[in-house]
Design a protein around this ligand. Structure first.
Ligand code: KG4
Ligand code: ZN
Length: 348
């Protein structure tokens, strides 16, 4: 058994109720209950539905995590919880549960930033994080390029989306193509039998003029509109829509911009390590293209396995463990749920 603090982490910022247990940098349990099926018919996450599902799943998921980890709740050294950013009502459920645990067990409470947790999770798979590194975080709710030094207190934004998140674009385009929600995995699958060069979709914020102001920022709403127009034109002409080709060409446009900007950001900052995280990092084309482009520039790439890229409690526990190991101050018991917590604030 490895050394280090035993930490339980709770994540409820969106539609996954995640409870993870780690000891130091070792993952002991990662229990996730998702309400995604309840949102599918609405084509997106419904906040009230997510909050209620968290309430129902919280206690069983904590119990399942402790059982898998082979620990008793009172064994833990600290309780960590996502305090933001995310859906306010959903965050509240996790924060309230974490406070109850911390008070009941007389253990310190750490309210942590969801984005920093997406970075810290990689430690559970690949060991201590390279310092500094560039993190590309892409999910349904966020698309950011961060410069990360010490993950417990040095997270600096380099760029972010100015409109839709990358995952949101995947979900919206999937819907256009008649694929189920969440669309990312379905586009990924369809794209395998399509051609990525069939349709030349736009690459947002890559023109020379845009790069002057938005070198490391992203924009996916123009791409989404371009796909919609292309599909409409085909339908209006009474021609079949080649779903696989549209999926592959759209996916290529997203992955091209994400990887190009991430590698450019690392090169510009003289940083030799890039880390991918967030649900879209599960995308098979993104993983391959990022690896190719990073290698071409002599940059190392770290990507957690897909299950640790999507929202989970282990990532919160991983960051909590690092906070304890580095002797950072715990949060106060009046810790708020902060739906728009800035990325520079690692703990609340
Ligand atoms: O990190 P995550 O689980 O939750 C958020 O914080 O949003 O990310 C979910 C997002 C969804 O938009 C989903 O479509 C996308 O990640 N996603 C993918 C893939 N798997 C999940 N997008 C592209 N390719 C995938 N294989
Ligand atoms: Zn996330």
């Amino acid at each position: 058994m490895s050394d280090g603090p035993l930490v339980i982490g709770i994540e409820t910022s969106c539609d996954e109720t995640g409870v993870g247990v780690v000891r130091g940098q070792e993952l002991l349990a990662d229990a996730v209950a998702s309400s995604v099926d309840e949102h599918a018919r609405f084509g997106g996450v419904v906040p009230e539905v997510a909050s209620r599902a968290h309430l129902e799943a919280m206690v069983p998921t904590i119990e399942r995590a402790c059982e898998t980890a082979g620990i008793k709740m009172y064994d833990v050294d600290a309780v960590a919880v996502t305090s933001g950013p995310g859906l306010a009502g959903a965050l509240l459920v996790g924060v309230a549960a974490a406070k109850a645990l911390a008070v009941g067990l007389s253990k310190p409470l750490y309210g942590v930033n969801h984005l920093a947790a997406h970075v810290a999770v990689d430690q559970l798979e690949h060991g201590a994080l390279p310092e500094p590194c560039v993190a590309l975080l892409v999910s349904g709710g966020h698309s950011s390029l961060l410069r990360v030094g010490d993950v417990t207190r040095d997270v600096v934004p380099m760029g972010a989306t100015i409109d839709d998140a990358a995952g949101e674009a995947f979900d919206k385009v999937a819907r256009l193509l008649g694929l189920p929600f969440p669309g990312g995995p379905h586009i990924d699958r369809e794209a395998r039998s399509g051609s990525s060069v069939a349709i030349d979709f736009p690459r947002g914020l890559t023109s020379r003029r845009d790069l002057e102001r938005h070198r490391f920022d992203f924009s996916f709403s123009g791409l989404k509109t371009a796909v919609a127009r292309w599909v409409e034109t085909r339908e209006a002409a009474g021609e079949p829509v080649p779903v696989a080709d549209v999926a592959a060409s759209f996916q290529e446009a997203v992955c091209d911009v994400l990887t190009r900007k991430a590698v450019d950001a690392a090169a510009a900052a003289g940083i030799e390590d890039i880390l991918l995280g967030g649900g879209v990092a599960a995308n098979s084309r993104l993983r391959v293209l990022a690896e190719e482009r990073a290698a071409a520039k002599g940059i190392r790439l770290r990507v957690p396995r897909p299950g640790l890229c999507t929202d989970n409690g282990a990532m919160v526990a991983a960051l909590g463990s690092e906070l304890v190991a580095r002797g950072r101050q715990p949060s106060m018991l009046d810790l708020p749920a902060d739906s728009s917590m800035p990325v520079t604030l690692v703990t609340a």
